[in-house]
Design a protein around this ligand. Structure first.
Ligand SMILES: [Fe+2]
Length: 163
């Protein structure tokens, strides 16, 4: 994964080494979220079955929430004097989320595949909260905590179809 050193000066009083570490941390989460967003839209378009309309709409609600998380994470990286690795190809190079399985279109199978990937993103987000907390960047930790709480909620929405 590309790591870009702090690109811009800022009056932000966090130490430069903290900001640099946080920019890298945020860009890793950004890659995961951009990947998860595209997989969620992929599911929204391709899902089939009895629950089609409910799942089609649910996945779009999730994708919309992810768009907000993506924007907030990218903007935090830039606010810290960094450079947001925001393109699809940058995300593809940095993501930790497994690719969506090919030819999975059945509603429950799609939901199961998404649940596994939301759980992976939530795990990575929780680990990032801990890193940000130990680095004493409580604002980044707070932002990631808000997103983590959201991912946990969406995981519940997905898993409720499977239980
Ligand atoms: Fe749509």
């Amino acid at each position: 994964m590309t790591t870009v050193a702090l690109a811009f000066k800022t009056r932000n009083d966090l130490p430069a080494e903290t900001r640099e570490a946080m920019v890298a941390l945020l860009n890793r989460q950004l890659a995961n979220l951009v990947d998860l967003h595209s997989q969620t839209k992929h599911a929204h378009w391709n899902v089939k079955g009895e629950q089609f309309i409910a799942l089609h709409k649910l996945y779009d609600e999730l994708a919309e929430a992810l768009e907000h998380y993506i924007d907030d994470v990218a903007e935090r990286a830039v606010a810290l004097g960094g450079y947001a690795l925001g393109t699809l190809r940058m995300a593809a190079a940095g993501t930790e989320i497994a690719e969506f399985p090919e030819d999975v279109v059945n509603g429950l199978a799609v939901t199961d595949a998404l649940a596994a990937r939301y759980a992976e993103a939530a795990r990575a987000m929780r680990a990032a909260i801990e890193v940000a907390t130990h680095a004493n960047d409580l604002d980044t930790a707070d932002l990631l905590t808000e997103i983590s709480r959201g991912l946990d909620k969406w995981l519940w929405f997905l898993e409720a179809h499977l239980q």
